[in-house]
Design a protein around this ligand. Sequence first.
Ligand SMILES: Cc1cc2nc3c(=O)[nH]c(=O)nc-3n(C[C@H](O)[C@H](O)[C@H](O)COP(=O)(O)OP(=O)(O)OC[C@H]3O[C@@H](n4cnc5c(N)ncnc54)[C@H](O)[C@@H]3O)c2cc1C
Ligand SMILES: *[C@@H]1O[C@H](CO)[C@@H](O)[C@H](O)[C@H]1NC(C)=O
Ligand SMILES: *[C@@H]1O[C@H](CO)[C@@H](O)[C@H](O)[C@H]1NC(C)=O
Ligand SMILES: *[C@@H]1O[C@H](CO)[C@@H](O)[C@H](O)[C@H]1NC(C)=O
Ligand SMILES: *[C@@H]1O[C@H](CO)[C@@H](O)[C@H](O)[C@H]1NC(C)=O
Ligand SMILES: *[C@@H]1O[C@H](CO)[C@@H](O)[C@H](O)[C@H]1NC(C)=O
Length: 589
Amino acid sequence: MDVAGSIALVKVVQAVLLVVAALGLTAYKWPDNAVVTDDAVYDYIVVGAGSAGSIVANRLTENPNVHVLLVEAGGDPPIETAIPAMFAFLPKSTIDWNFVSENDGYSAQYHRNGYLNLPSGKVLGGSSSIHHYYYIRGHANDYESWANATGEDSWSWNNLLPYFKKSENLVDEEILNSSTGQYHGTNGYTVITRELREMPLKYLEAFREVGSKVVDDINTGNTLGYTRPMVFIGNGIRQSSAESFLSPIKNRSNLHLLKETTIDKILFDDKKNAVGVQASRNGEILNIYAREEVIVSAGAFNSPKLLMLSGIGPEAHLKSMGIKLVADLPVGENMQDHLAVILVHKMEKTSGIPKLENPFKFPIPTFVGLDALNTDQGYPDYLTLNLIVRSNPLNLLLLCATVFGLHNDVCEQLAKAGQRREILVTIFNVARPLSRGKVMLRSNYPQDPPIIYTGFLSNSTDLENNAAFIEKFIKVTESSYFRNVSAETLYFDLPNCRGLQQNTREYWKCYVLNMMDMTFHYSSTCRMGSVLDAELKVLGVNKLRVVDASAMPNMVSGNINAAVMVLAEKAADLIKKDSDQYSVGPWMT
Ligand SMILES: Cc1cc2nc3c(=O)[nH]c(=O)nc-3n(C[C@H](O)[C@H](O)[C@H](O)COP(=O)(O)OP(=O)(O)OC[C@H]3O[C@@H](n4cnc5c(N)ncnc54)[C@H](O)[C@@H]3O)c2cc1C
Ligand SMILES: *[C@@H]1O[C@H](CO)[C@@H](O)[C@H](O)[C@H]1NC(C)=O
Ligand SMILES: *[C@@H]1O[C@H](CO)[C@@H](O)[C@H](O)[C@H]1NC(C)=O
Ligand SMILES: *[C@@H]1O[C@H](CO)[C@@H](O)[C@H](O)[C@H]1NC(C)=O
Ligand SMILES: *[C@@H]1O[C@H](CO)[C@@H](O)[C@H](O)[C@H]1NC(C)=O
Ligand SMILES: *[C@@H]1O[C@H](CO)[C@@H](O)[C@H](O)[C@H]1NC(C)=O
């Protein structure tokens, strides 16, 4: 099979899945669609039932006197979101917003399209219903930057640790019995398990041999090293925020969930209080009011878009869109994300018979690393996500061509290399890049997707760092395991890099530009410290907060879903604390 064949296969499977979805096999699991009339009033309205919004809605409705409306543009999660093996079929589907980046003329040029796909979940659970399961919290140093940006030590690692534990139900006796057990929770809504297959162990040993640390638990906030990671999979099922925070409370009568409804605007009174939202459902427009607050949890692209449509954003940009200014703030600026460089090693020869994995486990045997050029600094420079694909060219094609959008020619070279061979695919990320992207409005029509510039490699230090860090990572090829199996770095034939000497700084810089994609960690577009205060309240207006990946002052050195969740857990407490000062009256509609 070639690239076109694998893409066609994905389309066929997706078409079959649409038919399956129509059966509504899992509908029993989710809260019903609420009947909400024009002019309805709630205590709180939460926009977006994603990673963060589902948590906020759950926590606020723990008090039966508090009435919350949760509004979600998507619908119930189809069955394929639950099954770990199906992750490659989720992007570019009806549960994806299907955003793409602008072609910036520099990054992602040797790519299928010259721009990047930016999958984002449009479904209960949001992007946690389509993500890649890694549970990696990041390092205390990341959260120190949050504390610095907000001037609030409550955002430091030590002060957030109780919230990490609060969401978590770690099912792993070995860790819980060990010295790092203290960092984990066992009573939370989200089941976390760990990669326990043996396949990664020989690789961990190789990294140990070349001087890196090997640990059992990388989620302690102060650890560098290589490990078999923890994952958002429990009982064989994806632990999205919908699965863990909404399904168990589907009967809570003080939580109303409005599905397949999009919020187009936040409504303000003349004192700049957010008093409600304008919703659209099948062409019908509803105004719904919030007595206490509106909480925007629409994700790192749609939250800034909604704020700007509502008059909160850079003054000149809003003016050019014909939108009346409510507050002049740098909304949409400072976008951060993990650029991913795809590195490939050809490992031992195999019989050629694909090894089939249990579909209810993490889809491909994996290990991860948080490492630094100079480990004395204590915090990571780079994050590597590593997949071990054994004689399975089709899986390599799916990864290369549908999960990522690499050039067809590259994907075919990869699939060829993977015949009768074990392949190590490394998704290599500089942990805290300096480049910044930007989200802007395309027009003042809510239906239009935002304009998104990733900004990748716009700060040239990122290119230098990528190359320097890859040089260190690649030293693992000197280990006895790699030597034993005659491992080879796959130096793809990249037209733009021909003539450069392999494994030199200049070569790697060229390689990075040509073999880049991303890890989908869009964040910081409405960050605390410039758009939000330390309690996630939008500056310059009242009764409005943003609680999701866009609120992070900076991205963390990990896959960011755990950080989004901790932010949402803390936000719920901040909102509850303020509500003691309001009077929560009887519910009216
Ligand atoms: C393909 C992919 C793989 C990833 N892999 C990992 C991983 O392995 N590990 C990890 O930790 N992280 C991963 N991430 C990142 C992580 O999933 C996200 O950062 C996180 O889910 C973002 O949460 P959020 O609450 O900010 O936004 P979301 O979870 O995206 O939620 C936003 C919600 O708001 C809804 N919405 C948007 N606009 C409106 C509107 N106007 N009206 C009503 N509803 C609206 C959306 O439909 C969505 O449900 C991945 C992400 C992607 C896309
Ligand atoms: C936070 O601020 C302190 C004091 O200015 C500084 O020393 C430290 O390096 C900063 N930490 C981060 C992660 O930015
Ligand atoms: C963890 O500790 C409990 C109680 O001491 C013990 O019963 C169990 O066997 C231990 N499990 C592991 C995997 O070490
Ligand atoms: C919700 O209520 C139904 C009907 O009473 C019950 O069968 C179901 O178990 C309840 N679900 C949850 C998650 O509490
Ligand atoms: C790159 O980032 C550094 C550190 O933040 C900054 O000082 C420098 O100005 C940036 N360069 C560009 C071109 O943005
Ligand atoms: C290398 O191969 C030899 C011989 O097959 C074996 O004994 C040894 O354990 C291997 N070492 C590693 C690190 O794989």
